[in-house]
Write a protein that binds this ligand. Structure first.
Ligand code: HEC
Length: 255
């Protein structure tokens, strides 16, 4: 009985911690500071997403036309400039299609040695700050098959797909020796080796746009909820005024 209880406790408390620790790193996260009201930023993020991410990752719960409607992109603009995926017959995906890639799971496994996760809900799973830091901390590492490693996701299987924009950087590491004589190496910074087409602040902004888009995609109703919230508050304010005068009217003969 006791053994069973311990097992159950382990499953509930320890196993989730293990899952969360997987792919974890002690590298500190930078603040993403995304702005979901900034439609232009979200549009730029959507463009980066379809150009650089949708080749490998799907966003299988999002539809192109919903994204277009939410972000103020016309359906023509969407299908002419932003739909690069194809359906199972090899034809360009329609504007009403889900944002799915044609790559099969088997192919992904062969090419990258791992499953490629769907990104629709990734911002809710990982958090905006995690994503913002992850996409900015790829660094050169000869010991990896892609030649790259990542500060947030040690030994990541994904290549540095935004290298043209960011360029290549290497890590600056610091090794400390603890009381027991064990050495600990940690990443303390980065140094650009090959510059990209963007400056560091431009690249940060581009990643912020992209993470904003991922956050929107994880919960598209966020935009709607904020718009609704404003109307609800306006309505309450109006109701307050009406109620106030009504009260005055009702009580005026009593005082
Ligand atoms: C060349 C294919 C490829 C492209 C393009 C690509 N990725 Fe990846 N991505 C991968 C692979 C493979 C993994 C799995 C890595 C692993 O498990 O080691 C991954 C993992 C991730 C993860 C971690 C997911 C998790 O659950 O831990 C995130 C986040 C991510 N990618 C975001 C992006 C974004 C954003 C873009 C566009 C800028 C992008 N990826 C473009 C192949 C790609």
């Amino acid at each position: 009985m006791m053994k069973k209880l311990i097992l159950i406790a382990l499953i509930f408390f320890v196993a989730p911690a293990g899952v969360m620790a997987a792919g974890g790193s002690s590298f500190p996260k930078d603040k993403a500071n995304i702005d979901l009201h900034n439609t232009e930023s979200l549009q730029r993020g959507a463009r980066l997403f379809v150009n650089y991410c949708l080749n490998c990752h799907s966003a299988g719960y999002a539809r192109y036309n919903r994204v277009a409607a939410d972000l103020g992109i016309t359906e023509e603009q969407m299908s002419e400039n932003m739909i690069f995926t194809t359906d199972e017959n090899g034809e360009q995906s329609k504007v009403g299609s889900l944002m799915k890639v044609a790559m099969t799971e088997k192919y992904a496994k062969e090419a990258f040695g791992t499953k490629i996760p769907d990104l629709t809900l990734i911002a809710r799973v990982k958090g905006n700050d995690w994503l913002y830091t992850y996409l900015r901390t790829f660094y050169l590492d000869d010991s990896r098959p892609t030649g790259m490693n990542n500060a947030m996701f040690p030994d990541v299987g994904m290549p540095h797909v935004l290298w043209e924009l960011q360029g290549y950087q290497k890590v600056i590491e610091e090794t400390t020796v603890d009381d027991h004589g064990h050495e600990h190496t940690k990443i303390v910074g980065f140094e650009t080796v090959v510059p990209g087409s963007m400056t560091a602040p431009e690249y940060d902004q581009a990643v912020r746009d992209l993470v904003g888009f991922l956050a929107y995609m994880g919960e598209p109703v966020q935009l709607e909820r904020q718009r609704l919230g404003v109307y609800v508050l306006l309505f309450l304010a109006l109701l307050f005024v009406v109620a106030y005068f009504l009260k005055k009217e009702y009580w005026k003969d009593i005082h």
